[in-house]
Design a protein around this ligand. Structure first.
Ligand code: GLA
Length: 383
């Protein structure tokens, strides 16, 4: 962490020729359970992780915004006095979108010089995009003392992703990157944004394993799932799938396609599992938690159809070592990405060894392994 901060600061000095006045960090996240439930007004159980985006910055007196993204080897700049339009560089749109929607609420800030540098694995389902958005919004807010409360800040970032980038994500990632709590997972009610902090059992590690499966159609498949959920809610005559029960779904089964039925079944059962998992976690009932994570994974595989064969193989390999001493499932939006396991500390090495041998043998792919801790959300870094 200190190394990342020093690198960010020295990059700032090198590029701009003067020192930065502020460093902000915003973390990535891992979701323990509650997948695709956020945009259905349901429940999620994520924690922020110790992998972050860092931004070094300094105010300017004109209206120029200068951005250097070290990890993308990219540069961007625009004028806050003119309409903010889309860039051809994908990464820059997360930044531009946040500036645009902060400006919509608070037009009274001037330019900024920025350096962006981070270690959230990109495209792995650990919310590197939310970390980027939240770090930008927190930088603008902090530099110019803007009165933006954390929930509004998360919503501005979500809006940037929905309306500027074009990915119809829910609120989970931006919310946990802003409001994460050290050593806790947050049970978030995505309807009213109320939270319950659940302390992470000290006997368990959060292990994240990237399958390194890449899928080209993540955004379009994601947006399609969202449409299918909306279709189901309409047929069930409820505002959101959060309001539906399994009984209601069964009564209307013949009025919808089998695909839409299975999408709704995942969301309805996943909401129940998430509430039960929060309870199991708070009671340190690891056997129950493991069962819920297993059921959640199968529901994503068979009903929501967002896993991939290699990801399923990875889950099975980890499960074969863990047994009922922990839980494992795919995490995040899906179509590749990571699996999350909650495992006793002394099982990390056995898991690592078996995965190293079996995953490649079964899939021809090599995994990446991360041991994580639940961290605080975005904020100022003391340098
Ligand atoms: C992505 C989205 C989130 C959420 C998850 C799936 O990470 O950004 O809003 O929908 O997928 O749970």
């Amino acid at each position: 962490m200190q190394k990342m901060i020093q690198e960010t600061l020295s990059q700032f000095q090198t590029h701009y020729g003067y020192p930065a006045e502020l460093v902000i960090q915003a973390p990535g996240r891992v979701n323990l359970i509650g997948e695709h439930t956020d945009y259905n007004d349901g429940f999620v159980l994520p924690c922020a992780i110790n992998y972050s985006t860092f931004i070094a910055s300094k105010k300017r007196t004109d209206h120029q915004v200068n951005i250097i993204a070290v990890d993308f080897d990219g540069k961007d700049n625009f004028d806050l006095g003119k309409p903010i339009n889309k860039s051809e560089q994908g990464w820059a749109n997360y930044v531009r979108g946040v500036f645009k929607y902060v400006q919509e609420l608070h037009s009274d800030f001037t330019g900024i010089d920025l350096i962006i540098h981070g270690n959230v694995p990109l495209g792995a389902g650990l919310s590197s995009s939310a970390a980027l958005e939240v770090s930008i919004a927190t930088t603008i807010k902090t530099l110019y003392h803007l009165p933006i409360d954390p929930k509004t800040l998360a919503k501005i970032c979500q809006k940037a992703e929905n309306k500027f980038v074009g990915m119809n994500c829910g609120i989970m990632d931006q919310f946990i990157s802003t409001l994460g709590e050290k050593d806790h997972a947050l049970l978030i009610d995505c309807r009213n944004l109320e939270t319950q902090s659940i302390s992470m059992p000290t006997n368990l590690s959060v292990v994240i394993i990237n399958s390194n499966v890449k899928h080209g159609l993540v955004d379009s498949e994601y947006n399609l799932r969202r449409q299918q959920c909306e279709e189901a809610a309409q047929i069930l005559n409820v505002p959101k799938l959060r309001d539906a029960t399994i009984e209601l779904l069964e009564q209307h089964k013949t009025k919808m396609s089998n695909v839409v039925y299975r999408r709704a079944k995942h969301i309805i059962t996943e909401n129940t599992r998430t509430l039960e998992a929060a309870k199991a976690l708070s009671e340190n009932n690891i056997t129950k938690l493991g069962e819920l994570m297993q059921a959640g994974h199968l529901s994503m595989k068979d009903d929501f159809e967002i896993t991939a064969p290699a990801v399923d193989a990875l889950v099975d390999i980890v499960k074969s070592v863990l047994g009922n001493k922990g839980g494992v499932r795919m995490t995040g939006g899906g179509f590749g990405g990571c699996v999350v396991a909650l495992a006793p500390h002394d099982m990390i090495e056995p898991i690592r060894k078996v995965v190293e041998k079996e995953y490649y043998a079964q899939t021809g792919l090599r995994e990446s392994f991360y041991i994580c801790h639940a961290m605080n959300g975005a904020g100022k870094v003391s340098v």
